[in-house]
Design a protein around this ligand. Structure first.
Ligand SMILES: [Zn+2]
Length: 122
C-alpha cells in the first residue's frame, strides 16, 4: 500500500518484486533473509535506486494506507521523501516475507545447502 502511494508520485517506480530483486546481490537464501554480508543492509542500495528514478524535490504530498495495530486500514498523509524513506525501511521485511511466502520448505532446505557451497564471502 505504501508502494502504491509512492507510485502515484513516481509512475516509473519498480514493482515490489523488482525492488526486492534490486535490493539483494544474488538469488541466495542469505540475501533474502538479510544474513548476506554484502547486501544485508538494503537501505543504501534501494535508496540509491529510488533517488535515481525521481526528479521530485521530496516535499510533495503523498498519501497511503497502512494497517494499524488494531488491524484497521488507515490513511497516512506524508511527504514524498518520507514515504520513500519508509519504503526503503520496509523492503528488508518485504524481501524476507516474499521469499518465505513463495518458496516451499523443501526448496529452502536445498537453497541452504547451495549457499554453503556457492556463496563465497569476499
Ligand atoms: Zn547478498
Amino acid at each position: 500500500m505504501l508502494l502504491e502511494g509512492v507510485k502515484k508520485r513516481q509512475e516509473n517506480l519498480l514493482g515490489s518484486e523488482n525492488l526486492i530483486k534490486e535490493s539483494v546481490c544474488g538469488e541466495f537464501l542469505d540475501c533474502y533473509l538479510g544474513d548476506c554480508e554484502s547486501c544485508s543492509n538494503t537501505e543504501p542500495r534501494t535508496a540509491r535506486k529510488l533517488m535515481s528514478l525521481t526528479e521530485e524535490s521530496g516535499d510533495e504530498e503523498v498519501s497511503y494506507y497502512y494497517w494499524s495495530r488494531e488491524y484497521k486500514k488507515e490513511k497516512l498523509q506524508t511527504t514524498f521523501a518520507d514515504a520513500k524513506a519508509q519504503l526503503v525501511k520496509q523492503l528488508a521485511a518485504m524481501k524476507r516475507h516474499s521469499f518465505l511466502a513463495n518458496v516451499q520448505l523443501r526448496q529452502i532446505r536445498a537453497a541452504k545447502e547451495n549457499v554453503a557451497n556457492t556463496h563465497a564471502v569476499m
